[in-house]
Design a protein around this ligand. Structure first.
Ligand SMILES: Cc1cc2nc3c(=O)[nH]c(=O)nc-3n(C[C@H](O)[C@H](O)[C@H](O)COP(=O)(O)OP(=O)(O)OC[C@H]3O[C@@H](n4cnc5c(N)ncnc54)[C@H](O)[C@@H]3O)c2cc1C
Length: 384
């Protein structure tokens, strides 16, 4: 049996990678997590899962892979992960927004691999097509409806991966921080608060902290970050309506469990995002909270001045081409998984790809689309 495979990070990525490695091999798999499973980005996520297009075939393949695996998990009577399919509406209230939805719809319809089943509405057509008494349809210029949009409770899903990985023999060293990667040119181990551990192969699954760890061995990942605030507010009516996304204001919202609504805000794409991984504030800054609430109430007037039950700020990792970076790096014995904000959807595929590469030297069919070597100036350690 070859040596130990280490994984830094016990979010949904690390848990998925551990699940695939331990169920597909006898190798010793150790996950180092400085807090507990699903302590960070994973727990802060909106958890959307469902096929909704995707800019490239690779993106769509990864998405479909994830949905298939989650259907397998969730249909197991022993699995207790909350989830719901609610449908998703993208709303546009300006001419530019309408043009964007039109072009997205056309691109989706024309994808030869079956981009997804979106429905496009213009003007007041939406009001004549769907029961949406809670949604302010007056200003809507156009809408795109994705019937298969849904969400999962992401921390529960990560716990499910971890439980399955543990049953297959993976070890989760929680409360253990990786402080250094050992070896020069080739990874030989990690330094942790508990001492050093010999490692044959290391996977960086540390979410927004991947970049710091990678740079400690001279690897400058092409990743940026944007702050992602979220509010959980009360909605005493509990009426059902699809998830709503309004790109012009950056607001998205979806119903949550227990008569609550999850409100989030997109704060720009890769080009507007920052290089440095800023300290994440614990709470949503007051002016951002006010802005999100005002904008959400314009979409769903009943949400004016709701009781805020919880709030937090996460970090979205963003890549230049919106596809994830998964796989070998040019540091021997080091692999990485980082996303463009869709880690819940893509974590199963990340586990599949990384385990195939590490265990079998199999680059996988998504190799060209996910390898860091697709970016200028980057290579990876793919075996020749
Ligand atoms: C508000 C918000 C909404 C989102 N919505 C969606 C969505 O709807 N759908 C979707 O697919 N994705 C969504 N995402 C993105 C998704 O949540 C992330 O891509 C995903 O959770 C990343 O998981 P991860 O395991 O890679 O990272 P994380 O969950 O951040 O896990 C990394 C772990 O590494 C640990 N760690 C870091 N450094 C070290 C170290 N040195 N030693 C030991 N442990 C370490 C951390 O403690 C952490 O637990 C959203 C993100 C945010 C913030």
């Amino acid at each position: 049996m070859a040596g130990t495979i280490g994984v830094v990070g016990g979010g949904i990525t690390g848990a998925s990678v551990a699940y695939y490695l331990s169920t597909r091999s006898d190798r010793r798999v150790v996950v180092f997590e400085r807090e507990h499973v699903a302590a960070r980005t994973t727990a802060k996520s909106a958890g959307y899962v469902g096929f909704h297009g995707g800019n490239t075939r690779t993106h769509r393949e990864l998405m479909r892979y994830g949905i298939r695996l989650y259907n397998e998990f969730l249909s197991d009577p022993g699995t207790d992960v909350r989830h719901r399919t609610i449908g998703g509406l993208e709303l546009a209230t300006t001419a530019d927004g309408r043009a964007r939805l039109q072009s997205r719809y056309r691109a989706t319809r024309d994808q030869e691999d079956g981009g997804g089943s979106a429905e496009y509405f213009e003007g007041d057509a939406l009001a004549g097509s769907m029961l949406l008494p809670d949604v302010n349809l007056d200003a809507v210029e156009a809408a795109l409806f994705w019937p298969n949009y849904g969400f999962v409770e992401p921390a529960e899903l990560a716990e499910e991966f971890a439980a399955r990985a543990r049953r297959a023999g993976a070890e989760f060293e929680t409360g253990t921080e990786v402080t250094d990667i050992l070896g020069s040119g080739t990874v030989t181990g990690v330094e942790t608060g508990e001492g050093s551990v010999d490692i044959d192969h290391l996977v960086l699954a540390a979410g927004p902290w991947n970049e710091q760890l990678a740079s400690s061995v001279g690897l400058d990942l092409p990743v940026r970050y944007s702050v992602a605030p979220a509010l959980l507010v009360e909605d005493p009516s509990g009426n059902a309506y699809p998830s709503l996304t309004h790109r012009e204001s950056g607001v998205y919202l979806r119903q949550h469990h227990d008569r609550r609504v999850f409100l989030g805000h997109y704060q720009g794409d890769y080009h507007e995002a920052t290089r440095e991984n800023r300290a994440i504030p614990d709470a949503v800054p007051p002016e951002t909270r006010t802005r999100i609430l005002e904008r959400a109430a314009r979409l769903v007037p009943r949400l004016e001045r709701p009781t805020v039950r919880d709030e937090w700020v996460g970090l979205r990792s963003l890549t230049p081409d919106r596809n994830p970076i998964i796989g070998w790096t040019d540091v021997d014995g080091l692999s990485v998984a980082t996303y463009n904000a869709t880690g819940i959807q893509h974590a199963p595929a990340a586990g599949d790809i990384l385990s195939r590469q590490i265990l079998d030297d199999d680059p996988t069919r998504q190799y060209e689309g996910v390898s860091v070597s697709r970016f200028d100036g980057y290579t990876d350690g793919r075996p020749l």
